[in-house]
Design a protein around this ligand. Structure first.
Ligand SMILES: *Cc1c(COP(=O)(O)O)cnc(C)c1O
Length: 434
């Protein structure tokens, strides 16, 4: 179905109804002024041209209004987070009151685990306090920040990481986890399991986990299911509400193109979010909005995820995020996902062809080859020449990324990458001389 020619790639670009979104982004240039082929949107997405204006508006409102900008700016800061709510709900497949944008990703993971990782204990007849339901199950080799967050959470309750955390490793000779093995491990953990905590798309392998099946399995043993969607948001058309996921969080700077270190999005299912009794870390910004500025004691949460806000909204970052979310709204996440399947499939085809033709190339694509089990990213497990290949790609104006110890990740983002980009990458691989 694919052809390895520039003309075929150009034809796919012509048929691509999302191709014009590329014009909305700024592409970095090499030292000699050539536009780079950017396949690193899984790490830091490109800058939307609209970002600067969005940021400038807030600087102008601050200059014009000072503190009054909280109520009189073009987008009053007092409830700034609300300008992002509907677009965020689209990205998450959630109801608007189930999402909020706040803080940063790892911070939010901690806040969510404070709410949803709730070990239970019993006292033995001899008076010993024993944990009952206290385990967390996750993939081995999760993103380090997630491992560190989980470690401090379980240690905070006095548990050993190795006892309290079940890390799942692929079968011998395999690179990714089989869904059946995940579901069996959850069932096996049974009533000791407090929380299932997986990625959506795994950052290293590019595997998309079966979020609804994992959620269902966790619920079947009485556990909760949360997901880190850092590599998923803006990449996969998730349906968090329909999939009955308990909570999730993601960052805005990877596929969501909102700039380095920018804010995080949070999803909390309404069964938890609308219950004012749900345990949380509270702060004044989650306090009921109409009485927020009365400065009284006694916390009354805003209903839904908004009731998890602690601090007042970081407007500059959010302004850029909002500009980017507007593009996702315009492009539509389902359409992006459809394009993405073809775009990544085309890249896979070209890389495998290059490998068949060029004996110098040694790599294995460890990302699942089923488009339903991956997003935009392909992870190439390389040999000792891997770093040389990566450096060569850079010299050819191709920005991929390198993950220790030996993986090259390439991620064509459907929002701004073209089929011709991907074709050029395939050509570069073909010409690699080692
Ligand atoms: C990128 C990423 C992070 C980064 O966390 P920050 O708090 O935004 O620095 C955390 N977890 C995963 C899975 C990631 O991919």
């Amino acid at each position: 179905m694919f052809e390895n020619t520039a003309a075929f790639a150009a034809k796919l670009d012509q048929q691509d109804t999302l191709s014009s979104f590329r014009e909305q982004f700024i592409f970095p240039k090499s030292e000699n002024g050539e536009t780079q082929i950017y396949l690193c949107g899984n790490s830091l997405g490109l800058q939307p041209k609209s970002a600067k204006q969005a940021l400038t508006e807030e600087l102008e409102d601050w200059a014009k209004w000072g503190v009054e900008g909280h109520f009189h700016g073009r987008k009053p800061w007092f409830h700034y987070h609300k300008f992002l709510t509907d677009f965020t709900a689209e990205i998450a497949g959630a109801k608007p009151h189930e999402v909020v944008v706040m803080n940063h990703l790892t911070v939010n993971l901690h806040l969510l685990m404070y709410s949803f990782y709730r070990p239970t204990f019993t006292t033995t007849p001899s008076g010993e306090r024993k944990p009952l339901r206290y385990k967390i199950i996750m993939e081995a080799g999760a993103f380090p920040s997630d491992m560190y967050a989980v470690q401090s959470q379980v240690e905070g309750y006095g548990f050993d990481y190795d006892d309290a955390v079940i890390e799942l490793t692929p079968r011998a000779g395999e690179f990714t986890l089989r869904t059946e093995d995940i579901l069996n491990a959850i069932a096996e953990a049974g009533d000791q399991l407090s929380l299932s905590f997986f990625s959506g798309v795994q950052y290293y392998t590019g595997q998309l986990f079966d979020i609804p099946a994992i959620t269902k399995a966790a619920h079947a043993v009485g556990a909760l299911a949360g997901f880190d969607l850092a590599h998923t948001a803006g990449n996969i058309d998730v349906k968090l509400h329909d999939w009955d996921v308990d909570f999730a969080a993601w960052c805005s700077y990877k596929y969501l193109n909102s700039g380095p270190g920018n804010v995080s999005g949070v999803y909390i299912h309404e069964r938890h979010g609308l219950n004012p009794e749900t345990r949380r870390m509270s702060g004044w910004w989650g306090h009921k909005e109409d009485v927020r500025f009365l400065m009284k004691r006694g916390y009354i949460p805003e209903p839904g995820a908004a009731g998890w806000q602690m601090s007042n909204a970081p407007v500059f970052g959010m302004a850029v995020h909002l500009a980017s979310l507007q593009l996702f709204h315009d492009a539509n996440i389902s359409r992006l996902r459809e394009k993405s399947k073809t775009l990544t499939g085309y890249l896979e085809y070209l890389l495998l062809q290059a490998k068949a033709e060029n004996p110098v190339l040694q790599f294995e694509i460890i990302t699942p080859n089923n488009p339903g089990e991956r997003g935009a990213q392909l992870s190439l497990l390389t040999d000792s020449k891997g770093k040389a290949l990566f450096d060569y790609l850079f010299s050819q104006n191709i920005i991929a990324d390198w993950r220790e110890p030996n993986v090259i990740r390439v991620a064509p983002a459907p929002m701004y990458n073209s089929f011709s980009d991907v074709f050029a990458v395939g050509q570069a691989f073909r010409n690699f001389k080692g």
